[in-house]
Design a protein around this ligand. Structure first.
Ligand SMILES: [Zn+2]
Length: 176
């Protein structure tokens, strides 16, 4: 905002037109540069990197504290299907693992029914843009692990995939 307060509006009145124009141009340039800088920051701030994808093209959720167990979320026949995968992304048989789920708009998630079908968890799909929140337990004594995703089906500007399955490479400055 410094540029604005320094702007010598009143002094300009006595300058010949040409000088006034030169000074205005200088100020304009300063403003444009400042504007571009803030735009660049904004764009970087919003740039997202791709989500972790599973072997079936679904979205990977972390179901462990050490990347040893994942849930791969795909959508089939209007249902979320969650398959358990080990650390090398091989399917894990469903046994005593449990999953509870809720979904809905941000902050207003309601409980969803979870079925076990063909060795996978099956949950009704949430509306576009809503959240799916799942609580996974490896067995009855295990601590539950919460994972969530926003079911954003809008096409990503970068990879044209739905946002919830975005394949954009990680942002360069996030690689460090
Ligand atoms: Zn993308």
């Amino acid at each position: 905002m410094r540029e604005f307060s320094e702007y010598p509006t009143t002094r300009h009145v006595k300058h010949p037109i040409s000088l006034q124009n030169t000074q205005n141009t200088k100020h304009m340039k300063k403003h444009i540069i400042a504007l571009l800088c803030s735009l660049a920051i904004t764009i970087t701030g919003f740039a997202h990197s791709g989500v972790e994808k599973g072997p079936n093209g679904g979205r990977l959720l972390e179901f462990s504290k050490d990347e040893t167990l994942h849930g791969e979320v795909t959508v089939k026949d209007g249902k979320f299907v969650i398959e358990l995968l080990d650390k090398s992304h091989k399917a894990v048989a469903l046994g005593e693992q449990t999953l509870t789920a809720s979904g809905g708009p941000s902050g207003k998630a309601a409980k969803l029914a979870v079925e076990k079908k063909d060795g996978k968890f099956v949950i009704p799909v949430v509306k576009e843009g809503e959240w799916l929140i799942v609580q996974f337990k490896a067995d009855s004594k295990a601590k539950s692990i919460t994972a969530r995703l926003q079911y954003d089906t809008g096409a990503c500007d970068g990879c044209k995939k739905p946002e919830w399955l975005c394949e954009c490479p990680p942002a360069k400055d996030a690689k460090k």
